[in-house]
Design a protein around this ligand. Sequence first.
Ligand code: ZN
Ligand code: ZN
Ligand code: ZN
Length: 368
Amino acid sequence: MMSGVAHDHADRMRRAAEAAGETGLTTLLVTPSADLVYLAGYAPPPLPRLTCLVIRPHRDPVLVVPALERPLAEGSGIGELAEIVSWEETDGPHALVAGMAEGGRVGCSDRMWASHLLRFQEAFSETDFVTASGVLDRLRSIKDPDELSLLERAARYADETFHRIIQSPLETLTERAVADELGDLLLEAGHETVAFTIVGSGPNGASPHHEPTTREIRAGDAVVMDFGGRTGGYCSDVSRTVAVKRQPKDFDRVYEVVLEAQEAAFQAIAPGVPAQDVDRAARAVIRHAGYGDLFVHRTGHGIGLEEHESPYIVEGNDQALQPGMCFSIEPGIYLPGEFGVRIEDIVTVTEDGAARLNRATRDLEVVR
Ligand code: ZN
Ligand code: ZN
Ligand code: ZN
């Protein structure tokens, strides 16, 4: 199926081919994944038979598909963007692809199955296989106006979900029930699918990727809620932390530090700034407050067709931020056995700074 919105896939494939050539790659091999959706708008069922988009500098793209999926590929409209070459059940599709490439350095999409990569390695001679992410992440990380408006729409739906979940009482509900309700609200707000719903209450909130349990939420709990869905193929991802009825001990102090760290991260963002500086800005606030050891993850991750993609906002990533990049800023403090606090917004880099896509209140909310 096509991805729903008319992105300029021909231009994306042309730019990918150009960038591949500039970085010394003879070929990009892209199997079903967000990379394929991004480049070609094509998302066949994830089955073992090889589907592979072959991109080469100065040559037209080719989509290799199993013969039985030729009608699917043709129906998707991809034939207007790439030559469709199909293979029969008894053909060796990896050798077919090898025959189209020149060897040298070949970039493979990150999400390519190992079974395909291993067969490509047998079929190609004198070829170095490298990740295509050096080329594709760079393209995918800078969102065009269509993508930005889809991410904005997704963020709006996530904000609405948060505002609705805190309208009704959380006390006595299980984490599981709140997670289910978040899922329903994500869809009601307009998402086409739910991606994830994390609800960590009381001590469970101290585990950043906690899976909701049957624990009942009580008065005096802090509750971390982190959730997202997809619309038009693009993801939302927002975290808020609330207190139920009353705040646990030290909650307001910890909340204030996380909020300040998040704001410091936001203020640090501008074109040309190394990604790690945004992480450092958030971390400095938390360290100075004495909670440095309890901020146990990176400050953020890019978002787009995938919930987690480039750029990663982490120490060691000196990649310069550029206008159009979209990523989360989500510092947290996790007190084992007590509670966690995380505040997460998706932001975009603008010409002179940054803008938040999420607008849900970041004020400390004490809910019922
Ligand atoms: Zn996460
Ligand atoms: Zn999140
Ligand atoms: Zn996130």
